[in-house]
Ligand binder design. Structure first.
Ligand SMILES: O=c1ccn([C@@H]2O[C@H](COP(=O)(O)O)[C@@H](O)[C@H]2O)c(=O)[nH]1
Length: 235
């Protein structure tokens, strides 16, 4: 990817493996970054991950691992050997969990990026305070991002609305940004959203887009429209 441009990662949140295969055929690497989450991984596992990589895509496996350090690091070991572009773990698992995952990835010699989920883009307002009473979201976000950098992660996943706050902080980390919505459309289960253009201008390294592409009347045209928008923004 051009270092000055924001990349597009398409979230393959489709109901079936064949649906995902069909979509990848039609996408024809207009963007080479695609994301698989728990559903497709549950359906297709390692074999399907390898199939996507063999098709020439850069695969982002978004499993959001969150457990004690030994358990997460021991899962990172075999996942490092798949040829993934990136894997997610949760920053809220703490420094030790992240640092041991990085050490395990490095031990395998893998170049897979480890990305830390900071605060989910769906968690805003009361949804946040219900489960983090008395805790300021912005302080948590900065603490998690800075701990991720200290632990050696390659990037963080955050909301487009967090990018401004993170300016000048945890600067070595990639910003991978879901929660992308056009203006005046339903945000569905996302609460902390912005447009692709606003996210790119605010410093996203990559944006992650699922339903706005997958549920568009012409998904490939929707992906290409977003790529065109991103191509017009430098940061
Ligand atoms: O904080 C997070 C972390 C990950 N995601 C994932 O990104 C996509 C977004 O899908 P949309 O359909 O564009 O809302 C989805 O796969 C999530 O699991 C996120 O949304 N927020």
């Amino acid at each position: 990817m051009d270092n000055n441009k924001c990349g597009l990662i398409v979230a393959l949140d489709l109901p079936s493996l064949d649906g995902a295969r069909d979509f990848l055929d039609r996408l024809d690497k207009a963007t080479k970054y695609v994301k698989v989450g728990p559903r497709l991984y549950a359906l297709g596992g390692v074999a399907f991950a390898k199939e996507i990589i063999d098709r020439g895509y850069e695969l982002f496996l978004d499993l959001k691992l969150h457990d004690i350090p030994n358990t997460v690091a021991s899962a990172v070991e075999p996942l490092s050997e798949l040829g993934l572009w990136a894997l997610t773990i949760h920053t809220s698992g703490g420094y030790e969990m992240m640092a041991r995952s990085v050490a395990m990835r490095d031990k395998t010699g893998s170049r897979m990026k480890l990305l830390g989920i900071t605060v989910l883009t769906s968690l805003g307002g009361e949804l946040w305070s219900d489960v983090h009473p008395g805790c300021d979201m912005q302080q948590a976000l900065v603490g998690r991002a800075e701990t991720a950098q200290r632990a050696g992660l390659d990037g963080i996943v955050c909301s487009p609305l967090d990018l401004e706050l993170l300016k000048g902080r945890a600067e070595k980390l990639l910003r991978v940004v879901p929660g992308i919505r056009a203006k005046k459309v339903s945000t569905e289960d996302q609460t902390r959203v912005a447009t692709a253009k606003d996210a790119a201008e605010a410093g996203a390294s990559y944006i992650v887009v699922g339903r706005p592409i997958l549920e568009a009347a012409d998904p490939i045209a929707a992906a290409k429209d977003i790529l065109k928008t991103l191509g017009e923004v430098s940061h």
